[in-house]
Design a binder for this molecule. Structure first.
Ligand SMILES: [Zn+2]
Length: 180
């Protein structure tokens, strides 16, 4: 299960998450439920696999191995076959959720999560604005594969583009995702 604890975010991200929650309360007078912070690599692997063919999975695994990211390839293979909708572009290690540098949130209206963007547009837009004002990046602004709940610390979509294998390994060790 992914964590929803703000304490599982990096310190910089935690501060900003709290700022966004405060801003939503002040500007739009609504509560913001942060329902996903740190996501385990196995869960990321299952989400990635569920909408992909064996061939696509093998290709990703080979790419990981050729870059020295054997530990990510092992996890991708270990979770076995999964079936479901396309929900992510990110394999394990490719989501900022695996580094505590992203969160997913939903506005609460009358205590209930307003999942549908079109039905609660003013709330979602207020959330997006609070995310931008805090210096984070909102996936509701993305042109491809828009995700209204998702906010992250860095502009880039894929953490593996800015880290080498050793840095990835160290980061995942430190946040406890490789030691389980
Ligand atoms: Zn997310």
């Amino acid at each position: 299960m992914a964590s929803r604890k703000l304490g599982d975010l990096t310190e910089a991200m935690r501060d900003k998450a709290e700022t966004v929650q405060r801003a939503c309360k002040e500007a739009g007078e609504f509560e913001l439920l942060i329902y996903c912070t740190l996501r385990p690599l196995e869960e990321q692997a299952r989400l990635f696999r569920q909408s992909r063919s064996r061939q696509q999975i093998d290709l990703k695994s080979q790419k990981f191995r050729s870059r020295g990211l054997v530990f990510l390839a092992d996890i991708l293979e270990s979770v076995g076959p999964c079936y479901g909708d396309h929900v992510t572009n990110a394999a394990p290690g490719e989501s900022w959720h695996n580094y505590g540098q992203a969160f997913d949130a939903v506005p609460l209206i009358g205590g209930k999560p307003a999942w549908n963007y079109m039905k609660a547009r003013s709330y979602w837009d207020a959330y997006g604005e609070a995310v931008r004002q805090t210096g984070l990046y909102w996936a509701g602004d993305w042109q491809r594969f828009r995700e209204y709940p998702h906010a992250q610390l860095n502009p880039g979509g894929n953490p593996l583009k800015s880290m080498n294998a050793d840095e990835v390994y160290t980061a995942l060790q430190e946040n406890g995702l490789l030691s389980r």
